[in-house]
Ligand binder design. Structure first.
Ligand code: SAH
Ligand code: SF4
Length: 367
């Protein structure tokens, strides 16, 4: 087995070596193409970020010689679509194949109503940041196989560029709740955020962007220094350490009290509400005592609560609570005067919208 893994690693490195550098791994400000005038670089920027064109040959206002030079030097396409599940008017899940043949997912979610119940058609993309995940939360398909590798900056930005092209319109919101732990890959993520937020990049407003973390305390503190007003969601999933550690091994490293202190520092810097995410799992964290604890935590942090009924993962034995229990839990949290509680009935439950599940299916088809 060890021998086999070594070979996989060698082939992956070999594949990456065969590839040319990916242009969008570098931010526009760092492009330097010896002697190419700025207005030409500006044209390329416009093709990529405004028009979503990732084919050098189709950048019609560039001279042929420059197109050839750039084609020789840079790859533009970070990933190809391998599978799409769901339909254009509901939730769509994309399985992407990266240049070294690793698989990741993004999910495009359409909201037909805004928070006030008005008709709207906002598009939210759920973005991945790693191939797999090292943190091994017990409910999560992404972590079942461990971490394969971090995504590069261009692979993070590329998901948005390509999903936008598929959707044929701009994407309004981004949630970093796909595969992987975003804060474990800040090195690639922060430059990706710069490209996403910049008006010369994708131009998405910071308030429309949410990072979700399992609670990497030092990284939350590092993120607090990032200048833009991005939103933070904490995957809590347990009201006390005893319950949380059964679900999330990371709790042994950063227990709840330490995590909340980091959240308080983040909030102090940002003056913005954070969100506590709570997956409801039958007979594990869905009793009403947990609901009371959750409300207490939310009051202390002045945080919103997002309740998410567990989405069954193949190979895992946990179950979603009954609707009656889910409602009772929600009611108890509301009675505990939590500032704002929402129940997110997973959109696209039928297409296994929780990230990591499609990739899991695909790899079991392949094996
Ligand atoms: N690593 C980060 C972000 C990715 S996972 C984190 O843990 O916060 C983020 C979210 O995916 C979870 O909090 C949960 O909302 C959702 N999720 C993952 N697996 C799920 C499942 N089986 N059922 C329901 N939601 C799930
Ligand atoms: Fe990793 Fe998040 Fe899944 Fe936990 S829930 S294993 S941190 S991706």
């Amino acid at each position: 087995m060890l021998h086999c893994n070594k070979w996989i690693l060698r082939i992956t490195l070999w594949n990456l070596k065969l590839n040319k550098p990916l242009l969008i791994d570098h931010s526009f400000e760092d492009w330097d193409w010896e002697g190419v005038p700025n207005f030409r670089m500006e044209q390329v920027r416009d093709w990529i970020f405004e028009k979503g064109q990732l084919d050098w040959g189709k950048m019609s206002n560039l001279p042929k010689s420059l197109k050839e030079k750039l084609t020789e030097r840079y790859d533009l396409v970070p990933m190809k679509i391998m599978r799409v599940q769901g339909s254009k008017d509901t939730t769509q899940k994309f399985l992407w194949r990266l240049r070294d043949h690793q698989l990741i997912e993004s999910v495009l979610i359409r909201a037909n109503q805004d928070a006030l119940g008005n008709r709207s058609s906002r598009l939210t993309l759920c973005v991945s940041t790693q191939v797999g995940c090292a943190l091994g939360c017990k409910f999560c398909a992404s972590g079942l196989d461990g971490l394969k590798r971090n995504l590069t900056t261009g692979e993070i930005v590329g998901q948005i560029l390509l999903a936008r092209k598929e959707a044929g319109r701009r994407i309004d919101n981004l949630v970093f709740m796909g595969m992987g732990e975003p804060l474990a890959n800040l090195r690639a993520l922060l430059p990706a955020l710069d490209q996403i937020l910049s008006p010369r990049g994708l131009g998405i407003g910071a308030r429309h962007l949410t990072l979700s973390t399992s609670g990497l305390v030092p990284k939350i503190l590092e993120l607090a220094k990032y200048p833009a007003q991005i939103r933070l969601a904490i995957s809590l999933h347990g009201g006390d350490n005893e319950t949380r550690r059964k679900i999330m091994p990371i709790n042994d490293r950063y227990p709840i009290e330490e995590l909340f202190k980091a959240c308080e520092k983040f909030i102090e810097k940002r003056r913005k509400m954070i969100t506590l995410e709570y997956i409801l799992i039958e007979n594990l964290n869905d009793d009403l005592q947990q609901a009371e604890l959750l409300a207490t935590h939310a009051r202390r942090l002045n945080a919103k609560i997002n309740l998410i009924p567990y989405n069954q993962v193949d190979g895992l034995e946990w179950r979603r609570p009954t609707l009656t229990q889910i409602r009772a839990f929600q009611k108890k949290v509301e009675q505990g005067k939590a500032p704002k509680v929402t129940l997110r009935m997973e959109k696209g439950h039928d297409i296994e919208a929780a990230c990591g599940q499609l990739r899991l299916q695909e790899s079991s088809n392949l094996s």
